[in-house]
Structures are given as structure tokens and as C-alpha cells.
Design a protein. Structure first.
Length: 211
């Protein structure tokens, strides 16, 4: 009788892909919860169900793992924003839909907000992180830049606020929402703030259109 034995070595492509996804997810949570310095391969390997040495098959360094976690976060946020804005014509409706999508993202995976908030401080402590993730900001930035430029061109924004200022304001709001969610740890208050922002944006747009 022939005995089948499991081959040792590199995992198959399917297993490798799933394990990599799991590692990135666990890494993002760890970076969000305990920070870059305190995140260890041992803890991540245990969470992913692999050996510590096996991590190097997926990521040569912790910096590579952080970059992968950041890339995934950017991809999730950009896809969510684009899907939320699709089908809406005005800036008010697009931004309101984006704000609603933020609430859903935070509910589905609270670690996203914590990770986003931690990026700035981690980049200051570790300049190599800032350099490595800089190219990954382009996609989301271009999406927001176009949305803002279109809004200004259509006269939806009050005079004196150009596209760059509007985009900067959006980034401030998005970062602030993430920090607020972590600080208060109260989902209902977060939802109330989002509803308040939507009303303010709607009122500003109406004021602009009335002139």
C-alpha cells in the first residue's frame, strides 16, 4: 500500500496567498494596537498559524510587512470611497456617501482607523516608513483631487476655496474622524458626528449655489 506523505518546502500558491493575506491583516492590527516597534514576528506567526521563520518567505523585513499593511489599507479605503461616490453627481452627495462609508468601514474593522491614526507618528519615528509608503498615497490622492476639482469647476463650493484647499480640508476631516473614533470609543457619537458633518456640507453647498 502506497503511503502519501505531505511534501515539505514552499506552500502551494493558494495556501501562500491566503497565509500572506492573513499575515497582512494581523500585522495591520498589531501595528494599530501596539505600534511598529512592539510588533514581533513571533506574535504574528502565532496569530497566522505558521512558524516564525516562515514569515521571511512572505516578508523579508518588518518594513516590508508595514508597507504591505499600508498598501492594503489604502486599497480598501480608495475602493470604498470610489464605490460610495459612484452614481452621485454633486460634491455634497459624493462626500455624504463617503462619510457614510467611513462609518461602515469602522464598524466592520475598527483597526483601520487605529492604523490610519498611527501612520503619521510611526513615519516621524521611522523616516524609512514615510519614504516607503509615499508612492502608495497617489491613487487615493488622485481620486480626491479630481472630486474636489470637479466640485470647484461646477461652482459647488463657496468662493475663495480652491480645489487644493478643499482636498486638504477633506483630509483633515477624515483624519479627525479616525482620531475621534479612537478617543471616544462610542459608535453612536461617531455616527452623530458624521450626520452633523453631512448637514454642514449640505448647508455650505446650498449657500454656494444661492450666490
Amino acid at each position: 500500500m502506497k503511503v502519501l506523505t505531505k511534501k515539505l518546502g514552499r506552500p502551494c500558491d493558494t495556501d501562500a496567498g491566503e497565509t500572506r493575506k492573513l499575515l497582512v491583516k494581523e500585522a495591520r492590527r498589531s501595528f494599530a494596537d501596539v505600534g511598529y516597534d512592539a510588533t514581533t514576528n513571533r506574535a504574528l506567526a502565532q496569530a497566522a498559524g505558521i512558524t516564525t521563520g516562515a514569515i521571511y518567505h512572505y516578508f523579508p523585513s518588518k518594513l516590508d510587512m508595514y508597507v504591505a499593511a499600508y498598501a492594503e489599507m489604502q486599497e480598501i479605503v480608495q475602493r470604498t470611497f470610489e464605490e460610495a461616490a459612484a452614481g452621485h453627481e454633486t460634491f455634497t452627495d459624493k462626500f455624504s456617501a463617503i462619510l457614510d462609508s467611513i462609518a461602515l468601514m469602522s464598524k466592520k474593522d475598527p483597526s483601520l482607523a487605529s492604523f490610519v491614526v498611527g501612520v503619521a507618528s510611526e513615519s516621524q519615528r521611522h523616516p524609512e516608513l514615510s519614504i516607503a509608503i509615499a508612492p502608495l498615497r497617489v491613487g487615493l490622492g488622485q481620486f480626491l483631487a479630481k472630486m474636489c476639482a470637479d466640485a470647484v469647476a461646477r461652482g459647488e463650493i463657496v468662493p475663495g476655496i480652491n480645489a487644493q484647499v478643499l482636498q486638504d480640508l477633506i483630509n483633515v476631516v477624515l483624519t479627525g474622524l479616525s482620531r475621534f473614533a479612537i478617543a471616544v470609543n462610542d459608535q453612536q457619537r461617531g455616527l452623530d458626528v458624521i450626520e452633523g458633518l453631512k448637514r454642514i456640507v449640505a448647508g455650505t453647498a446650498q449657500h454656494a449655489s444661492a450666490k
